[in-house]
Design a protein around this ligand. Structure first.
Ligand SMILES: C[S@@+](CC[C@H](N)C(=O)[O-])C[C@H]1O[C@@H](n2cnc3c(N)ncnc32)[C@H](O)[C@@H]1O
Length: 400
């Protein structure tokens, strides 16, 4: 019995996924009843140690991303060829491309060729450590000293390695629900990017997992780190990823889709959030650290005074008040916020992450402003860096 071109295509897809030679595949020429569907993209990933195919349904305004075991993905894709999509391309290691095309009458044809520039995954299945990041990430992980060329995590880098992967996993959930535009390259900034671990990870997640063109800028005061990161970005073929020497406060953007600021000290986090709001970023992700600004201002309620003779409680209270105000001010500025736990690389309690997604419709600003002012009054807070950036008068009298 002869197999049809779509069956041959799917067989090659399944075989290359199992052999570890699949780089990516795309389904195009959409004929779906859903006219907003533009493309379907897929690539192999490792998720929680398990091989999966990550499928991205690219619509005009959003991406829908789901991950499946290989066989399940192939079964799901089979009925789409010749119905929802009239062309498909399969990219495998060594630059080989398999192309499936349907003509106007719906007759399929399979052809084989070579791609100009397709990164091949490493031989075999030596990808268990890359999890949701693609195989190509191994190159910058090695150059930044996180892993060895054989993929082993270097001594002292286990926490960082875990943090990088955890961050990308968190990001993948956030992106799925954030409504980031799918019709143009995304503009992304990492404020206070340090050695760029998370900047490279974000770049790879968008560019190589979601296959989205991105312009990513890492902002960092330390010239030596900027130089190192730009060299690694160049050596690892990260087009559209640049590192710029400068301070967060003095950097400005016309427009941003995603702003991240992870472990930027004290009020540098507020500077970063304010830049994201000013650039109308759809998604803002910060992991604050060393919240020093409010501690001298706090005037606790009398009932708390006995507890607050302990310095550590004073410190925790200052952290709580600082970050709670950040989340509330983001709400006031038109974002929906969530506060969750993030992995710290230092063994401290500083493991908070604030995520903010821009709302399509404004919330009740006056009500939020009132809540913020009651909160500030309770703690005796007169001034907060983010409130100053936003021109929000914290000390105005709240309505009862
Ligand atoms: C603790 S590191 C975090 C690096 C990276 N975001 C991460 O989480 O791996 C903070 C970095 O921010 C940089 N930094 C601190 N204040 C900054 C500012 N105002 N503008 C730009 N970079 C700043 C520091 O030089 C340092 O490299």
């Amino acid at each position: 019995m002869t197999t049809s071109p779509p069956e041959q295509f799917l067989t090659l897809l399944g075989e290359s996924a199992h052999a570890g030679t699949l780089v990516k595949f795309t389904f195009g020429k959409p004929r779906s009843p859903d006219k907003t569907l533009l493309l379907l993209l897929g690539r192999p990933i490792i998720l929680r140690g398990q091989p999966r195919l990550s499928l991205v349904w690219r619509h005009e305004q959003r991406d829908i991303i789901k991950n499946y075991p290989f066989a399940e993905a192939v079964a799901l894709l089979a009925p789409l060829l010749g119905t929802d999509f009239y062309s498909a391309h399969l990219f495998t290691a060594n630059g080989r491309v398999t192309q499936l095309e349907f003509n106007k009458k719906g007759m399929p044809r399979l052809t084989f060729g070579r791609a100009g520039k397709v990164a091949a995954p490493p031989p075999g299945h030596n990808r268990t450590r890359t999890r949701v990041l693609p195989a190509e990430s191994q190159r910058w992980l090695v150059q930044l000293g996180v892993t060895t060329p054989t993929g082993a995590v270097r001594e002292g880098m286990a926490d960082k390695h875990r943090q990088i992967h955890k961050f990308v996993e968190l990001l993948s959930h956030l992106v799925a629900g954030s409504g980031l535009p799918a019709d143009r390259p995304l503009a992304i900034a990492d404020m206070g990017c340090g050695k760029g671990y998370l900047t490279f990870a974000v770049y790879d997640y968008f560019n190589r997992v979601l296959m989205r063109p991105v312009q990513v800028r890492g902002i960092e005061t330390r010239a030596d780190l900027v130089k190192l990161c730009n060299r690694v970005a160049h050596d690892t073929g990260c087009e559209g990823l640049v590192f710029v020497e400068g301070s967060i406060a003095q950097t400005s953007f016309d427009q941003l889709d995603l702003l991240i600021a992870l472990h930027a000290c004290d009020t540098a986090t507020d500077d970063a959030i304010a830049k994201g709001i000013a650039a109308r970023a759809g998604l803002i992700v910060v992991a604050p650290c060393c919240q020093k600004e409010l501690r001298p201002q706090l005037r606790p309620a009398p009932v708390l005074i006995p507890a607050l003779r302990h310095g550590i409680f004073q410190e925790r209270q200052a952290e709580f008040a600082t970050d709670a105000l950040r989340a509330l001010l983001l709400e006031w500025a038109g974002y929906e916020t969530k506060v969750s736990e993030f992995i710290s690389t230092e063994h401290t309690a500083k493991n908070l992450m604030i995520t903010a997604v821009k709302r399509p419709h404004p919330a009740d600003q006056a009500a939020i402003a009132n809540r913020i002012r009651h909160f500030a009054a309770f703690y005796g807070i007169q001034s907060h860096a983010l409130a100053r950036h936003l021109g929000f008068a914290l000390d105005a009298t709240p309505a009862p």
